[in-house]
Design a protein around this ligand. Structure first.
Ligand SMILES: Cc1cc2nc3c(=O)[nH]c(=O)nc-3n(C[C@H](O)[C@H](O)[C@H](O)COP(=O)(O)OP(=O)(O)OC[C@H]3O[C@@H](n4cnc5c(N)ncnc54)[C@H](O)[C@@H]3O)c2cc1C
Length: 495
């Protein structure tokens, strides 16, 4: 994985840059000490590490605006960071860049139950929003497994999802308004407490833009009333194919569960050993299906789901009979990543999305790849929306195993595209999938996306090296042309 070559000229001006930043963010808000910078050297994709040139921790929108404007004037790159839980390397720092930590933006600004929304700063954790509105029986629906730590700013940048997104939508469906700062310091306000507005859907553009277009400094999210009841069913199958068929049949029957997750045998065993959720150990695939709503409706839907499961050959079925039991069913799934971390020195978590009907084929091909690469894989899926999270088990201390795991991961993602899916479901492209973007998009598609980036950040200073496999200078876009072997603009870094 290559990053843009650090600019020696910028690094040579570090002292001058730091003093300009200190004039904006005083005191401990600017970090240059190497031991303190170490805490920021990677995000959740720990295979890649890089110390930032300097870390800046602003606490007001005005400071963010001044920091960005100053960095633009001085030609310095900026990487925004929330809690640093990204699994695609979105917050990986640059040796010649500022890491802009948004952790001090941690205040709830307004709870507006009449308009069913909450206005918060971007460093508030995902779960922090639900906790803040729980006393009135409300919650914020998108629930990444990392919700205790990840921030709403990071969720917006990655368009994050979770088990409840099948029914309630991803982050993009639950954000109503934003304040954001562009690289030239301009402060923009988009959307608000209303459901729609005229003009382009710029919030749709910003959500999922992975910190490449602007820095989010305020967020208005939709909050929902908690359903009257929620019950979960554990359903076990002798084969993963039958599990996949059952998922498709439930959706085809017109039932949209609150959540529908699937785990394969290695993941079931790892989770059960870790949290003792009560999972059956003699099944090849386990579905957790949650139905929510008024009690009578939930009872009726559970009967229908169980009937469908039996028609697809399920060999185990158990309905939660208490809130504790429902939470225990989910505890195993939510702890699946750390659970797998206990059975292997390292794991590499992939994130691709496929059409649901391709699941049996993809599972079979993944097993063949596992043999080919000589690495084990445990699978957890947001089965309802076709989002796969294969966890490739490897040992970083064994020479060559990381590279093998990366190659295996790339094969899985190419397979997702081959069967009609996409490279990412919710973790973003970052650096991890950057070089595979050409497997999914034609050059003309990528160029159009980069033109949009240029409209927000014409100098390409915000989070460069992420998402796009080739770095284009904005003026050059659409005109790249190799004539008789002579590349135009040979000085532009390509990686
Ligand atoms: C154990 C574990 C489980 C996970 N489970 C899920 C899951 O179920 N679903 C899911 O979707 N993800 C999951 N993730 C991935 C991760 O938690 C999400 O991508 C999350 O949204 C990242 O938020 P963060 O605050 O940590 O952002 P960071 O990691 O700090 O940054 C992520 C990206 O957001 C940008 N960014 C951050 N803040 C801002 C801002 N204010 N303005 C502009 N850009 C910004 C960064 O530049 C970067 O590109 C999981 C991660 C872990 C470690």
């Amino acid at each position: 994985m290559r990053m843009p070559e650090p600019d020696a000229g910028v690094i040579a001006r570090r002292r001058e840059i730091v003093s300009a930043l200190r004039a904006i963010v005083p005191g401990e808000g600017v970090i240059v000490d190497e031991s303190e910078l170490r805490a920021y050297e990677c995000d959740g994709l720990t295979a890649y590490r890089q110390l930032p040139m300097v870390v800046v921790l602003p606490s007001t929108t005005e400071q963010v605006s001044q920091v960005l404007r100053t960095c633009k004037e001085m030609g310095v790159k900026v990487v925004p960071r929330g809690a640093g839980t990204s699994l695609s390397g979105g917050a990986l720092p640059l040796a010649d860049g500022v890491l802009l930590g948004m952790g001090k933006f941690n205040r709830i600004l307004d709870l507006d139950f009449a308009n069913r929304c909450a206005v918060v700063q971007p460093g508030v954790t995902n779960l922090g929003i639900s906790n803040a509105v729980a006393h009135e029986g409300f919650y914020y629906a998108p629930d990444p497994s990392s919700q205790i730590a990840c921030t709403i700013g990071g969720n917006i940048a990655e368009n994050s999802g979770g088990v409840h997104c099948l029914k309630y939508g991803l982050t993009t469906n639950n954000v109503l308004g934003l304040e954001m700062v562009l690289m030239d310091g301009t402060i923009l306000r988009l959307g608000g407490r209303h459901l729609d507005a005229g003009g382009y859907d710029l919030m749709g553009v910003i959500t999922g833009s992975e910190g490449l277009l602007g820095v989010v400094t305020e967020v208005t999210v939709r909050i929902l009333k908690k359903p009257a009841t929620a019950r979960a069913v554990l359903i076990g199958f002798p084969t993963s194919e039958q599990g996949g068929d059952c998922v498709a049949a439930i959706i085809a029957a017109g039932i949209i569960p609150g959540g529908m997750e699937m785990m394969d045998k290695p993941a079931i065993h790892a989770a059960e050993d870790f949290v003792h959720a009560g999972y059956p150990l003699d099944v090849e695939a386990l579905l957790i299906v949650e139905l929510d709503g008024p009690p009578a409706e939930v009872d009726h839907l559970i009967e229908r789901v169980e009937a469908i499961a039996h028609s697809k050959g399920c060999c185990y079925s158990r309905v939660s009979t208490s809130e504790e039991e429902r939470l225990a069913f989910w505890a195993g799934r939510k702890a699946a990543f750390p659970a797998v971390g206990r059975i292997s020195p390292d794991y590499y978590c992939m994130d691709g999305t496929i059409p649901r009907k391709a699941l049996p084929l993809v599972l079979q091909r993944m097993n063949e790849m596992s043999e080919k690469h000589g690495l084990r894989v445990a699978n957890v899926f947001h089965a309802g929306d076709g989002n796969l999270h294969p966890l490739i088990l490897y040992d970083a201390n064994k020479p060559g195993e990381l590279e093998k795991a990366e190659e295996f991961g790339n094969d899985i993602l190419r397979l997702c595209v081959e069967v009609g899916g996409v490279l990412t479901g919710e973790h973003g492209v970052g650096v991890e999938k950057r070089d595979l973007m050409t497997d999914q998009f034609a050059p003309v598609d990528l160029e159009q996306q980069q033109r949009l980036k240029c409209a927000f950040d014409p100098d390409g200073l915000l989070n460069p090296g992420k998402v796009f496999p080739t770095l284009h200078r904005c003026a050059e876009l659409g005109r790249l042309h190799v004539h008789k072997g002579e590349l135009r603009f040979p000085d532009i870094p390509r990686f």
